[in-house]
Design a protein around this ligand. Structure first.
Ligand code: N01
Length: 495
């Protein structure tokens, strides 16, 4: 049942609302800043680690960078004239979040080393438990817990038998020397491609274990000169111009076209990836091994200016034979060959379906998020789940993910969430969450649209759910912006 919007406040305005933000990554820091700016000063940010930064804290592998241009992958309210490159490295991005958190006075509001283990909606408020046994109570929970968060460890036989160093790309062990070593990398996603390019000239031998070939689009990554940085400092509007241009180009040339597998623009992207492969990989045998058998952008497009060079170095080896098992000295492939290694990196991606879990979240009816999501995670417009009032997610299920700025996504979502919060603050209601009816309507439409996207055109990727249906936002990014501009209050149940 849809609850009709009412303009008559049920009670007096409330200025005593307390918020808990879970996670101090990009979207948690954003939430804290935006709450302060909106005049909500009673909030805490709980962070399980001992530093902020989320994905940029956890991923420190060699070569890490963001493939969204830095002047777009920045908060809209905190442009950074000092970005070193068009696509700046991960450590710089991490330092940016640290600096912004300090500058906006939210760093001191983060409680580090506190993992939220349980949130339960009891007597109209959220009761929070943390790993150290402490409890807290709040009116709202903002789950800023990230998407690419829980490393996926592949089910390869003999993982424990390997006597060399073994770690996931998101758990890079910097104590393990790689210079002059025989290093193997499993996987060909964005992480693996960056690792291979960064390591090949430092190691004795680099072996890339490829299960699926990837389309690669070449990008240039020029450094910003001191003159350009001084110009950005003096004329911040120059950064805004870049930002606007990139945002428009990513929206029109990318995000909006991925959702229509028949879009002619997708053929343009495909042809450019094909030309990259044909023109830049010389050995015909290697070229065939690197040739994907699906359409470009079906998987998340890899952007790299140097991967094809790297994989053609004399000390690089591409192995396409499947992995049979790990043995004490290396990887045994199905053809019986043993690839001897000192270090093996699992660049095997993330368990994306977890979202807020393993935290236990109990809604108004007593049902847990695990139960509600037993067939897969969902949320109305990626933000709100029926019967979990005053609990909102940033970058939650079925939201936009892809080759564009998740910062912009989170900013738009937070603007929307604040409008829902306003319903409670103004006294119009005490509890607000998506109605079942709106959720089901959205999910049915989302599922239909998902079938028409490029992600459903015949490849395997982390965008797909257990049934092979893409889980990402399947509409245009323009529609996302439009939806986020103003909640349809009729889609929300308010008590
Ligand atoms: O992970 P992935 P990722 N045996 O899931 C392979 C963001 N990101 O960490 O394709 C052998 O893409 C798997 O093979 P297949 C970005 O959103 C951004 O690289 O399933 N191989 C695949 O090749 C990205 O999309 C940036 O056949 C196995 C790989 O592991 C997301 O993070 C940089 C295997 C996993 O690829 C995830 O990227 C880095 C097995 N048992 C990450 N299991 C930038 O901004 C898995 N694989 C640049």
């Amino acid at each position: 049942m849809t609850t009709e919007p009412t303009s008559t406040p049920a009670a007096a305005p409330r200025n005593d609302l307390r918020f808990i933000v879970i996670g101090a990554g990009m979207s948690g820091i954003l939430s804290a800043i935006k709450l302060k700016q909106a005049g909500f000063d009673d909030f805490a940010v709980y962070e399980k680690a001992d530093r902020l930064g989320g994905t940029w804290r956890e991923n420190t592998y060699p070569g890490i960078a963001c493939d969204v241009p830095s002047h777009f992958y920045s908060y809209s309210f905190a442009p950074n004239p000092d970005w070193s490159h068009r696509f700046s490295p991960g450590a710089e991005i991490h330092a940016y979040f640290e600096a912004v958190a300090h500058r906006y006075g939210v760093h001191e509001r983060i409680q580090f080393g506190k993992e939220v283990t349980r949130c339960a909606f009891e007597d109209g408020r959220w009761r929070i438990e943390t790993s150290d046994g402490a409890t807290d109570v709040a009116d709202f929970v903002i789950a800023a817990t990230g998407v690419l968060h829980h490393p996926a460890i592949p089910d390869i036989e003999g993982l424990d038998d390997f006597e060399g160093a073994l770690f996931h790309s998101a758990r890079w062990d910097h104590d393990v020397p790689v210079a002059g070593k025989r290093v193997g990398v499993v996987g060909t996603g964005s992480s693996a491609i960056q690792i291979v390019s960064a390591l090949v000239d430092r190691v004795e031998e680099l072996t890339l274990f490829q299960r699926t070939a990837q389309w690669i689009t070449p990008i240039e990554n020029p450094a910003y000169s001191d003159t350009e940085k001084a110009e950005f400092q003096e004329h911040p509007e120059a950064m805004q111009t870049i930002r606007d241009a990139v945002a428009r180009a990513f929206t029109d040339g990318f995000a909006n076209v991925l959702v229509d597998a028949d879009s002619p623009m997708l053929q343009v992207i495909h042809d450019s990836c094909l030309a990259n492969l044909e023109n830049n990989v010389k050995d015909p045998e290697l070229r065939e091994k690197l040739r994907p058998d699906y359409r470009a952008t079906c998987k998340r497009l890899i952007m790299s200016e140097d991967f094809y060079d790297a994989i053609q170095r004399p000390n690089a080896k591409l192995v396409t034979e499947g992995i049979e098992r790990l043995e004490k000295s290396g990887v045994r492939t199905r053809d019986g060959r043993l690839h001897e290694l000192d270090v093996l990196v699992l660049a095997t991606g993330f368990r994306v379906e977890d979202f807020v879990r393993p935290m236990r979240v109990i809604g108004r009816s007593g049902a847990s998020m695990d139960e509600v999501w037993k067939d897969g995670p969902f949320a109305h417009l990626a933000i709100s789940v029926p019967d979990f009032p005053n609990f909102f997610m940033l970058n939650g299920p079925n939201g936009p993910v892809g080759n564009f700025s998740l910062i912009e996504v989170a900013e738009l979502q937070f603007g929307y969430i604040l409008q829902l919060v306003e319903q409670v603050r103004s006294g119009a209601c005490d509890e607000i969450c998506a109605s079942q009816e709106a959720m089901q309507r959205f999910d049915a439409e989302r599922r239909e649209a998902a079938k028409k996207t490029i992600w459903a055109s015949g490849c395997k990727s982390w965008y797909l759910d257990a049934d092979g249906l893409p889980t990402a936002w399947p509409f245009t990014f323009d529609r996302f912006r439009e939806e986020m501009s103003k909640p349809q209050l009729g889609d929300f149940e308010r008590r």
